[in-house]
Design a protein around this ligand. Structure first.
Ligand SMILES: [Cu+2]
Length: 129
Protein backbone atom coordinates (compact mmCIF):
# COMPACT_ATOMS: atom_id res chain seq x y z
CA UNK A 1 0.00 0.00 0.00
CA UNK A 2 1.12 3.51 -0.70
CA UNK A 3 1.33 6.30 1.84
CA UNK A 4 -1.86 7.76 0.41
CA UNK A 5 -3.65 4.43 0.96
CA UNK A 6 -2.54 4.39 4.58
CA UNK A 7 -3.71 7.94 5.06
CA UNK A 8 -7.16 7.12 3.69
CA UNK A 9 -7.35 3.92 5.72
CA UNK A 10 -6.35 5.43 9.07
CA UNK A 11 -8.48 8.50 8.36
CA UNK A 12 -11.48 6.27 7.69
CA UNK A 13 -10.95 4.25 10.85
CA UNK A 14 -10.60 7.43 12.91
CA UNK A 15 -13.80 8.80 11.39
CA UNK A 16 -15.75 5.61 12.15
CA UNK A 17 -14.47 5.71 15.72
CA UNK A 18 -15.48 9.33 16.10
CA UNK A 19 -18.97 8.68 14.65
CA UNK A 20 -19.54 5.82 17.08
CA UNK A 21 -18.36 7.88 19.99
CA UNK A 22 -20.44 10.90 18.99
CA UNK A 23 -23.70 9.08 18.42
CA UNK A 24 -23.55 6.24 20.90
CA UNK A 25 -21.24 7.14 23.76
CA UNK A 26 -21.13 10.89 24.19
CA UNK A 27 -23.97 12.22 26.30
CA UNK A 28 -24.10 15.89 27.09
CA UNK A 29 -23.33 16.74 30.68
CA UNK A 30 -26.47 17.09 32.76
CA UNK A 31 -27.26 20.53 34.12
CA UNK A 32 -28.47 20.58 37.70
CA UNK A 33 -31.47 22.74 38.49
CA UNK A 34 -30.81 25.70 40.74
CA UNK A 35 -33.06 26.31 43.68
CA UNK A 36 -35.17 29.48 43.52
CA UNK A 37 -37.60 29.97 46.40
CA UNK A 38 -38.29 26.29 46.95
CA UNK A 39 -38.52 25.58 43.23
CA UNK A 40 -35.90 23.84 41.13
CA UNK A 41 -35.52 26.07 38.13
CA UNK A 42 -33.78 25.46 34.81
CA UNK A 43 -33.79 27.62 31.73
CA UNK A 44 -33.97 25.57 28.54
CA UNK A 45 -33.18 27.30 25.25
CA UNK A 46 -35.28 25.91 22.41
CA UNK A 47 -33.45 26.41 19.13
CA UNK A 48 -32.99 23.41 16.87
CA UNK A 49 -33.04 21.30 20.01
CA UNK A 50 -33.04 21.72 23.76
CA UNK A 51 -30.11 23.33 25.51
CA UNK A 52 -29.44 21.86 28.01
CA UNK A 53 -30.96 18.57 26.93
CA UNK A 54 -29.94 16.76 30.10
CA UNK A 55 -31.37 18.12 33.33
CA UNK A 56 -30.93 16.88 36.89
CA UNK A 57 -33.43 17.53 39.63
CA UNK A 58 -34.32 16.06 43.00
CA UNK A 59 -37.54 14.18 43.71
CA UNK A 60 -40.23 15.77 45.85
CA UNK A 61 -39.50 19.44 45.08
CA UNK A 62 -41.41 21.40 42.42
CA UNK A 63 -39.59 21.90 39.13
CA UNK A 64 -39.96 24.88 36.84
CA UNK A 65 -38.59 24.56 33.33
CA UNK A 66 -38.34 27.91 31.56
CA UNK A 67 -38.53 27.13 27.86
CA UNK A 68 -36.96 30.05 26.02
CA UNK A 69 -38.03 29.45 22.43
CA UNK A 70 -35.81 31.39 20.05
CA UNK A 71 -37.16 30.15 16.74
CA UNK A 72 -40.35 29.98 14.73
CA UNK A 73 -39.95 26.54 13.12
CA UNK A 74 -43.14 24.55 13.78
CA UNK A 75 -41.14 21.54 14.97
CA UNK A 76 -40.49 22.97 18.42
CA UNK A 77 -43.80 24.76 18.98
CA UNK A 78 -45.00 22.11 21.37
CA UNK A 79 -43.19 20.45 24.25
CA UNK A 80 -44.39 17.16 25.70
CA UNK A 81 -43.50 15.59 29.04
CA UNK A 82 -45.51 12.38 28.78
CA UNK A 83 -44.59 11.05 32.22
CA UNK A 84 -46.00 14.16 33.85
CA UNK A 85 -49.06 14.47 31.61
CA UNK A 86 -47.81 17.78 30.18
CA UNK A 87 -48.27 19.06 26.64
CA UNK A 88 -47.61 22.75 26.25
CA UNK A 89 -47.57 25.23 23.38
CA UNK A 90 -44.42 27.35 23.32
CA UNK A 91 -44.98 30.70 21.60
CA UNK A 92 -42.00 31.80 19.51
CA UNK A 93 -39.55 34.30 21.06
CA UNK A 94 -41.08 33.91 24.48
CA UNK A 95 -40.27 32.06 27.65
CA UNK A 96 -42.90 29.60 28.78
CA UNK A 97 -42.80 28.13 32.27
CA UNK A 98 -43.70 24.47 32.67
CA UNK A 99 -44.11 23.30 36.25
CA UNK A 100 -44.50 19.89 37.80
CA UNK A 101 -43.46 17.93 40.85
CA UNK A 102 -41.30 14.86 40.23
CA UNK A 103 -42.58 12.45 42.84
CA UNK A 104 -40.24 9.55 42.16
CA UNK A 105 -36.67 9.11 40.97
CA UNK A 106 -36.05 8.02 37.41
CA UNK A 107 -35.34 9.23 33.93
CA UNK A 108 -38.05 11.05 32.08
CA UNK A 109 -37.81 12.19 28.48
CA UNK A 110 -39.32 15.33 27.06
CA UNK A 111 -39.80 15.88 23.36
CA UNK A 112 -41.34 18.19 20.80
CA UNK A 113 -44.80 17.33 19.49
CA UNK A 114 -43.38 14.97 16.86
CA UNK A 115 -40.76 13.38 19.15
CA UNK A 116 -37.92 14.75 17.03
CA UNK A 117 -36.27 17.04 19.55
CA UNK A 118 -35.35 15.23 22.73
CA UNK A 119 -34.29 16.01 26.22
CA UNK A 120 -34.11 14.09 29.45
CA UNK A 121 -34.81 14.88 33.06
CA UNK A 122 -33.01 12.72 35.58
CA UNK A 123 -34.76 12.78 38.92
CA UNK A 124 -32.52 11.83 41.83
CA UNK A 125 -33.78 10.45 45.11
CA UNK A 126 -33.53 13.01 47.90
CA UNK A 127 -30.75 11.00 49.63
CA UNK A 128 -28.56 11.18 46.51
CA UNK A 129 -27.80 14.85 47.05
CU1 LIG B 1 -40.64 18.47 16.25
Amino acid sequence: MTAADWTVLTGGIALIGWINWYFFLARPKAVAARSAGGVQEVQVVVEGGYQPSEIRVTAGTPVRLLFDRRETTPCSEEVVLPDFGIKRFLPARQTTAVEFVPTRPGRFDFTCGMSMLRGRITVDAVEAR
